[in-house]
Design a protein around this ligand. Sequence first.
Ligand SMILES: Nc1ncnc2c1ncn2[C@@H]1O[C@H](COP(=O)(O)OP(=O)(O)OP(=O)(O)O)[C@@H](O)[C@H]1O
Ligand SMILES: [Mg+2]
Length: 371
Amino acid sequence: MQAIHIRKGKRFWRVAVLANIKDEDQPVPEGVPPDAFADFDTMETIEHIRAAIESDGHETTFLMADRTLPKTVQDYAPDICFNIAEGMGGDAREAQVPALLELLGIPYTGSRVLTNAISLDKTLTKRIWRDRRLPVAPFQEFLLGDEPLRPDLKFPLFVKPAREGTGMGVDSNAIVHNEQELRERVRWVIQTYQQPALVETFLSGREFTVGILGRPDAKLYSCHPEWYDKDGFHRFPVMELDSSRSVTPYVYSQAAKAKEVGEQGAPDYLCPASIEPELEKKLKHYAYRAHLVLGALDVSRTDIRLDEEGNPRLMEINTLPGLTPDYSDLCLQAKAEGIAYNDLILEILYLAAGRWGLLEPREVAPPLRRG
Ligand SMILES: Nc1ncnc2c1ncn2[C@@H]1O[C@H](COP(=O)(O)OP(=O)(O)OP(=O)(O)O)[C@@H](O)[C@H]1O
Ligand SMILES: [Mg+2]
């Protein structure tokens, strides 16, 4: 049973913002990859999220998503958590905080345990998408590094860690042209990141990312029901990442992602992308289906690239998309269509609050359906 807090006649929630923070002054500890923690957030991002939530009258605090969290979150006893925690270690770190909150019975924003665990694992994600006939590049996972390469995988190939984000383990050397380069890169990924290496056909075409917000009953809990299509989902404008002039040409790498928007060596972020309506429709449809079949909730961002024939191929889904204003892809997409940062953050909060029973629906909710 949730407590109801009232201030100046308005109901408000106690919201804990949960995240892992990177300390740029601290050297990366020995034994972990140099880009470990690249997907962690900064305190500035936390302050922006807190300010957005407080702008609607709620109370907020920040809690570090480390081993102190089981105690601090129970001490604070939030009505709901705004979760952007990437987690630490293990094979499904993005699912750690959701799992803890499920155990404690505390509501939180966004996707739940199973989806966050699967979507961190790019191989598992692609197996599920392939099973549901979504287009993915041919791929093979290497656990040891000396497995024979399947004959349907033709060079050039692309090698990346199976379970990282923010371009970790991805640079220009991820493109391999022959057996020797493949073996070297696969072994480097396995050893450095202590996880399987995912090898895919190199997708030589343009790159896009598509954000999705909502769910079938979104309009019942939304502050902006007008954002949503009839099916309850909002498709953000497609963004093209043009890396051709970036530090790592044609690869949206960790080094490229670390640059400020507009900085020398950063990719060009083009939103809305200049594409034919037919391609736009396809990309939005695939991102929506990608979200649905994985059981993602409320918000996600799917990365897609064209193959050499110009066919879209899904690369991965981010169920905890970055939320740094004027920097993260999803925030740039929202801005491109005039959605203010505060409104985006509050919408993610309200959709979750509705799902966890903190809000009354405007009418009877239709049952949630999986795609
Ligand atoms: N099969 C491929 N062919 C060509 N380029 C690829 C391929 N897979 C990945 N890339 C490049 O590497 C980048 C990072 O890959 P991907 O999006 O899978 O991982 P990520 O690091 O988890 O990304 P994010 O920061 O979105 O979490 C892509 O944006 C793309 O530029
Ligand atoms: Mg990506």
